[in-house]
Design a protein around this ligand. Structure first.
Ligand code: F6R
Length: 368
């Protein structure tokens, strides 16, 4: 049942190219992005003037990634909200608000209650979900299913990548309805997405040095993760994976925040994973990250750098350099997440932990 893999998590990491391909398949009809269930018309989407995205844990991080793309493509304000916080404040919602609820299980109580709250305020709700017939899609106005297949490992991997792809399709669907993108532009973005299963497969083939690194880091006390722009949610996800699986203190930061506090944590030998933006596509951010890396290396950090292949400028400052395929900037999280999943799994395994069933965690959290 694990298809020759030692754990479900290893199997599910390996299945990520397929999960992405299955999630994308059939969703572009040559003109627009096709949702799976739509109990609201194009007209309803046309009047949307604000988007809230609600989710928990990894699903929240997938939404944070997509926020950058959805704002860029639609020019609508997009607010990312932890589902557990959303209804306990007084969010400003009305008929022209679209609430996107992301949930692998479709049964997460915090997210379900956020959906109910939104609907009581007459907002429209679109669910991104991996489980057919689960509660969140049942209570939503529209649904886009991720087709990651059943995820048995408690820590989310393939569902997370599929969520990012689906969230991006939500953005393209909205951009189509609002007219901020023409069908041919949507087609071009979708074609880039369709190349990602191969890019993830190519990334998976490069992971042996990451496994080796995981074994070396088994005794580390803590690990920090830095990123910017779409690399920031990847840093958060990398840290969450490490907490969940290896029970290690791990934190993700937006690298620009470093000097506002976290740099005080840097000490000799502390492993710091840095998700580099592309030097080609994001030169300004790249140079900012480069100076961050120099700062932390000068203070003794052990720098582990996830970079685009051919990023020669960063190489001298990387104690370990993991080079990944070149992909469009907004899609980078689909590949930069992979080494962080594998790093967390390998550290946890080296420490002797059951990576499919981390302590204290349940696969679906049906209580608030
Ligand atoms: C992390 C993880 C959790 C879930 C979160 C939301 O590896 O699995 O953080 O992402 O509990 O679950 P769903 O997506 O089922 O609503």
């Amino acid at each position: 049942e694990k298809g020759g893999h030692p754990t479900f998590m290893d199997k599910e990491i390996a299945e990520q190219p397929q999960a992405l391909a299955d999630t994308l398949r059939g969703h572009f009809d040559g003109t627009r992005i096709v949702l799976d269930e739509q109990r609201l018309g194009e007209d309803d989407l046309r009047t949307v003037d604000k988007v809230f995205v609600v989710a928990c844990g990894s699903a929240f991080h997938s939404g944070l990634v997509a926020k950058y793309a959805i704002e860029h493509w639609t020019r609508l304000p997009v607010e990312m909200e932890l589902a557990s916080e959303f209804r306990y404040r007084d969010p400003v919602l009305d008929r022209d608000t679209l609430v996107v609820a992301i949930s692998q299980s479709g049964e997460t109580a915090d997210t379900l209650e956020a959906v109910r709250h939104a609907r009581r305020q007459r907002a429209r709700v679109l669910a991104v979900c991996n489980t057919n017939g689960s509660q969140i899609p049942r209570e939503s106005d529209a649904v886009l299913y991720t087709h990651a297949g059943p995820e048995i490992g408690v820590a989310s991997t393939k569902a997370f990548l599929a969520q990012i792809a689906a969230n991006l399709m939500v953005g393209l669907s909205l951009a189509g309805a609002l007219g901020t993108k023409y069908p041919d532009e949507i087609g071009r973005e979708f074609a880039e997405l369709e190349k990602m299963p191969q890019a993830v497969a190519d990334t998976l083939a490069l992971m042996e040095p990451v496994r080796q690194l995981g074994r070396e880091l088994a005794d580390a006390r803590a690990v920090l993760f830095l990123g910017r722009h779409v690399g920031f949610p990847v840093a958060l996800e990398g840290a969450l994976k490490l907490k969940e699986l290896a029970y290690m203190h791990a934190e993700g930061f937006a690298a620009g925040e470093l000097k506002h506090g976290p740099i005080a944590l840097i000490e000799d030998g502390l492993p710091v994973v840095v998700v580099m933006p592309s030097p080609r596509a994001q030169p300004l951010l790249h140079s900012k990250l480069l100076s961050n890396i120099r700062e932390i290396q000068a203070r003794g950090a052990r720098t582990i750098v996830i970079a685009e292949a051919g990023d020669d400028a960063v190489a001298p400052f990387a104690d370990t350099l993991i080079e990944l395929p070149v992909v469009p900037a907004l899609l980078q999280p689909l590949i930069t997440t992979v080494p962080l999943q594998i790093l967390a799994a390998e550290i946890a395994r080296s420490r002797g932990y059951d990576i499919d069933k981390p302590r204290n965690l349940a696969k679906s959290v049906t209580v608030e």
